[in-house]
Design a binder for this molecule. Structure first.
Ligand code: 7TS
Length: 405
């Protein structure tokens, strides 16, 4: 299928709407992507035709719902190149997946152990590990970055020691767009016997990773970043790790047998899936993967890279505008500020012109501290955005600058 953005846009009902009297320009895709009709239809079909709880009923509806949910697990398995379906754990999203792993490591760490985190993480890949360090006496060390927003890999090499037990890093930074060299990080960490968790929340809409080839220990992501619904995501863990970690939550579905004297836990993946899950969400996650796969991740990357180049050049033509995150390898995220103007003021004015961007620290305060700024304006592009929308953004930012300076 050749890439036809006008046709693709027809798949997204929300792109037809107006905001403040202007056609919507949605450039907050890093916060959450918009949903194609196929994903919306999958949710409606579940609730309209086969709504039932899964894994527990002999009745037809329950079997249909279970089949659809398990098919979605298989789609996720195939999409991310995962060896076994039971290595795919449904979660409520990236944050849930990271907390599950961090909680599991509480019984495996001791004082003196070291954990490495990158300088460009979302708070959800920092705070759970800080909580883990408080519980266990382990120490958190930071892999620094340079002014382009690239990790300092030579410092990473010196931080890695026999004491390093875990390394966690995002595949793509939500605030800078940097694509991190995760395969190199995994290889080097493994040489010291450390496990690696990759946060794929920001990469999943742009890159199809091969988790088996990476040999990564854990990978987490959220469906809503890749055209799926909110409230559902996935954790991949190597089977040996998932068997070693204790359950995160206790309840129905995650047990083999329960008595007041002793409870035994279910096999993977159910050991980590206590309670009734987001069934419609899981099924629609599968529909989102089908939808993106039909367009093709190579086509998506090619188109978004062109859009990124064009938008970067156009924005840099505005005097006083500075882009944060200029890594050679980056996705279609542009964080910027204009001299002397608060990002919030720019965001508010462009919204009046129908353009959605995010402003602030983007839940990545250490990055803002590094650049000594309170926040940025962030325009994050998806494959359904257009050059005309970039032009609308640039014109709106110019107007905001004139009004505010
Ligand atoms: N990790 C990264 C790299 C993220 O970008 C986000 C969300 C998360 C984790 C958390 O994902 P959740 O689905 O569990 O909430 N990032 C953003 C953002 O950039 N703007 O809004 C949410």
């Amino acid at each position: 299928m050749s890439f036809d953005v006008d046709n693709i846009r027809k798949d997204f009902p929300i792109l037809q709407r107006e905001v403040n009297g202007y056609p919507l320009v949605y450039l907050d895709n890093a916060a959450t992507s918009q949903k194609p009709q196929a994903v919306i239809d999958a949710i409606v079909a579940y609730y309209s035709h086969y709504n039932a709880n899964i894994h527990r009923g002999v009745h037809t509806l329950s079997q249909e719902a279970t089949d659809a949910y398990e098919q979605a697990r298989q789609k996720i398995q195939q999409h991310f190149h995962i060896g076994k379906p039971e290595e795919v754990i449904f979660t409520s999203g990236t944050t849930h997946g990271i907390n599950l792993v961090a909680n599991g490591f509480a019984s495996l760490l001791k004082t003196g152990d070291e954990l490495l985190v990158s300088a460009m993480e979302h708070h959800s890949n920092i705070v759970p590990w800080q909580m883990l360090c408080e519980k266990t006496g382990a120490t958190l060390k930071v892999i620094p970055m340079n002014l382009s927003g690239e990790l300092e890999m030579d410092v990473f090499n010196t931080l890695l020691t026999e004491k390093t037990k875990l390394v966690f890093v995002n595949h793509v930074s939500n605030a800078l767009g940097t694509i991190n060299p995760v395969e190199e990080i995994i290889q080097k960490a493994h040489a010291f016997g450390a496990a690696v968790l990759v946060d794929g929340a920001q990469s999943c809409a742009h890159i199809r990773p091969d988790l088996t080839a990476w040999d990564v220990d854990f990978f987490v992501t959220s469906a809503h970043k890749m055209c799926g619904p909110t409230g559902v995501g996935m954790l991949y863990g190597k089977k040996e790790w998932l068997n070693l970690l204790p359950p995160y939550q206790g309840g129905g579905e995650m047990i083999k047998e329960v008595s007041f004297e002793k409870t035994t836990y279910a096999e993977l993946p159910h050991k980590f899936e206590a309670g009734t899950p987001n069934i419609a969400g899981g099924i629609a996650f599968g529909a989102a993967i089908d939808y993106l796969s039909k367009i093709g991740f190579e086509e998506i990357a090619r188109y978004e890279n062109e859009l990124l180049d064009y938008a970067s050049k156009q924005l840099l033509s505005i005097e006083g505008l500075k882009i944060y995150g200029t890594a050679e390898n980056k996705t279609s995220v542009i964080s910027f500020n204009i001299d002397g103007i608060h990002p919030y003021d720019i965001g508010t004015i462009v919204d009046k012109l129908g353009i959605a961007v995010r402003t602030g620290h983007h839940c990545a305060q250490p990055i803002m501290d590094y650049f000594k700024i309170p926040g940025t304006v962030r325009a994050s592009f998806a494959f359904y955005n257009t050059r005309e929308e970039v032009d609308r953004l640039v014109a709106a930012v110019k107007r905001a600058k004139n009004m505010l300076s």
